[in-house]
Design a protein. Structure first.
Length: 252
């Protein structure tokens, strides 16, 4: 029997070698597999049951056995059982996948396993920081070069241009004319009217008659400041019965 896939067993130390004593074979398992693949030994005389029993006995006796070696021997035994099954069972040409394809997949997986083991060994064998190599005392760090890749729609582009244009456009401030009473006008009015008041008079009585609410608020604020200024000069007195109550004033 011939197969397209090839399996090369890993070299095993003499102390860890699995030696078989079967009806048609006596020797190491890896040599038996190589001879069976080359059709130099009769697999029909090999008992798979005895092979399994001796493999389990080997695992039970080897206390310090490495996991990689046990896995390799397990793959060898499975490969040997597969070769014998191909001899005993009739070949189905329509089988999907074929035994040759299964063997090829197994070979590729074994190669990947060996590659991962080799890569792991290389990683563990590299120099370690702080033991084999040492970092620089004053590291310079890494220089980052960033380049922006803008992705924008036409609407967003026009909106951004309009916002920038609106900010840079010269602003025109138009101040609307408002009817207000200045502090000088309020001083003259309150000083004139306080001389005509003989008794306590409410502050609202000194305000001009108007229908404009904004001008009335301005006149009240200016008259209040004028009252404080005239009281500071000693020309009038003012009083308030309680908080937020109307303010009364009279000539001093």
């Amino acid at each position: 029997m011939e197969t397209d896939a090839e399996f090369e067993p890993r070299p095993v130390r003499q102390s860890d070698e699995l030696t078989l004593a079967l009806d048609g074979w006596e020797g190491p398992l890896d040599l038996l597999l190589s001879l069976a693949r080359a059709q130099k030994v009769d697999l029909a005389q090999i008992s798979i049951l005895q092979l399994v029993e001796q493999y389990l006995a080997y695992l039970a006796d080897a206390r310090a056995l490495k996991l990689e070696i046990a896995a390799d021997y397990l793959v060898m035994a499975a490969w040997l059982a597969y070769l014998k099954s191909c001899l005993l069972l009739p070949k189905d040409p329509e089988a999907d996948p074929s035994p040759e394809e299964i063997a090829l997949r197994l070979q590729m997986r074994l190669q990947q396993l060996d590659a991962m083991r080799e890569a792991g060994a290389r990683l563990l064998g590299r120099d370690r920081v702080g033991r084999d190599v040492f970092l620089r005392g004053a590291p310079e760090g890494l220089r980052l070069i960033r380049k922006a890749a803008w992705q924008v729609r036409e609407f967003d582009l026009f909106a951004a241009y309009g916002a920038v244009k609106a900010r840079t456009q010269p602003a025109m401030h138009v101040v609307h004319a408002r009817s207000v009473m200045t502090l000088e006008e309020a001083l003259a009015r309150v000083a004139k009217m306080i001389g005509m008041a003989l008794d306590w008079t409410f502050l609202e009585s000194f305000l001009p008659q108007t229908q404009d609410p904004q001008f009335r608020r301005s006149a009240l604020a200016s008259s209040f400041l004028a009252m404080l200024e005239l009281a500071r000069r000693g020309r009038l007195d003012f009083m308030q019965d309680e908080p937020f109550a109307p303010i009364k004033l009279r000539a001093a």
